[in-house]
Write a protein that binds this ligand. Sequence first.
Ligand SMILES: Nc1nc2c(ncn2[C@@H]2O[C@H](COP(=O)(O)OP(=O)(O)OP(=O)(O)O)[C@@H](O)[C@H]2O)c(=O)[nH]1
Ligand SMILES: [K+]
Ligand SMILES: [Mg+2]
Length: 368
Amino acid sequence: MVNITEKIKEIEQEMARTQKNKATEYHLGLLKGKLARLRAQLLEPGPGSGGGGGAGFDVSKSGDARIALVGFPSVGKSTFLSKITKTKSEVAAYAFTTLTAIPGVLEYGGAEIQVLDLPGIIEGAAEGKGRGRQVISAAKTSDLILMVLDATKRAEQRALLEGELEAVGIRLNKEPPNIYLKPKKAGGMKITFQSPPKVLDEKMVFNILRDYKLLNVEVLVRDENATVDDLIDVIMAPHRTYIKCLYVYNKIDSVSLDFLDKLAREPNTVVMSCELDLGIQDVVERCWEELRLIRVYTKRKGIDPDFSEALIVRSNSTIEDVCDQVHRTLKETFKYALVWGASARHMPQRVGLGHVVSDEDVVSIIAK
Ligand SMILES: Nc1nc2c(ncn2[C@@H]2O[C@H](COP(=O)(O)OP(=O)(O)OP(=O)(O)O)[C@@H](O)[C@H]2O)c(=O)[nH]1
Ligand SMILES: [K+]
Ligand SMILES: [Mg+2]
C-alpha cells in the first residue's frame, strides 16, 4: 500500500515539475494515465489486506433518494443534519466528533430522503488518511453530495476536497464524456473524430490506448473539446461515478456581507447559518431541485385523484416505473394508462408503459 502511495506522490511531483507545452503534452498525458491506474489500484482491496479498499459504512439505503454530507471536520455537518431531520447527531467544537455514518430522514415534497451525516475528512483522505476512504465510499453511493464548507475558512478548502473526491474517481456536476470506446478481439485501433478536435489529436489517443494495452479498439470522439482526462475517464469507466454536488457554505453569521454576496453568486452554491437558522430552507429546496424527483398522483376511475400521497420516481421515469412503484406485478395486467399533467399532449392522454412522466402528473392505470 505504502508503495502505491509513494508512486502516486512521485508521479504527482513529476507532473508538477513538467512545464505544460506542445513538446511535453504526450508525456504528461501518459503520466495522467499512469496516475489513474495507480489510484484505481489503491482502491482495490489488495490480497490479504483485509478490505484495504475501504468499504462504506454499514447503513442500508432507504427512502426515495440519498444525500451525503461531505466536508472537513467541524464545518457543521451534524448541526445541519439535526436541523433538517429528527435525528440528533452529536455536535461539538472539536474535530472528528462524528465517527461513523449517521442516517436521518428528510421529509419533503411527499418524499423521504435519506441524509447521511459523515465523519469529517482531511487532506489525503483518498490515500486512506482517517476514515477518508470509507466516507468517500459512502458518498459514492449517494444521489447528491452536499459539500459542506466553512465560510470563515480559506477558499482553498473547496478545491482540496474536490481533489480528494476526484482522486477516487468521483466526478462532480459532470456528464460522462462523449467518447465512444469499444474494445475488440482483433482489427487494431480505429480512432475517429466526429469533428476536428480542439485539444486531443490522434497521436495522443493512440499513445494513451497503447499505454492501456488497448490495441484492438474502436474509439469515436464525439465531443470536439474532449481532453486527455476525458479519454482516461472513459477507459476507466467502471471506476468512475458521476454525481451532482451542491456546495453549501455554513457559518455565514461570521463573514462580511461583501464576502457573503460573492460566495452566493458562485455556481451550484448555497449559503446558510445553522446557528442563526438562516438559509436552511433554501438549502433543502435546492436539494429537492437537484434530486429532480418526480411526484405522480394516482387516480381511480370516477374518483378524484388522491393528492395526499404521491408516488416518488426518478427523473425520466416511465409509466412502467410508476407501475413498479405501485406493485411488483401491476404491469402484467396493464392495458393502458390515462395521464393528465405536463407530460400529456391532451387531457387525458392515453399512453403505454414507455411514456415518460412529469412532476405532478396524475395517472390512471387501466388493467386488462
Ligand atoms: N458560528 C457558527 N458556528 C456553527 C454553525 N453551525 C455549526 N457551528 C458550530 O461548529 C462546530 C462544529 O459543528 P458540528 O456540527 O459538530 O460539525 P461537523 O462538521 O459535524 O464536525 P465533525 O463531525 O467533527 O466532522 C460546533 O461548535 C457548532 O456549534 C454556524 O452556522 N455558525
Ligand atoms: K465537530
Ligand atoms: Mg459531525
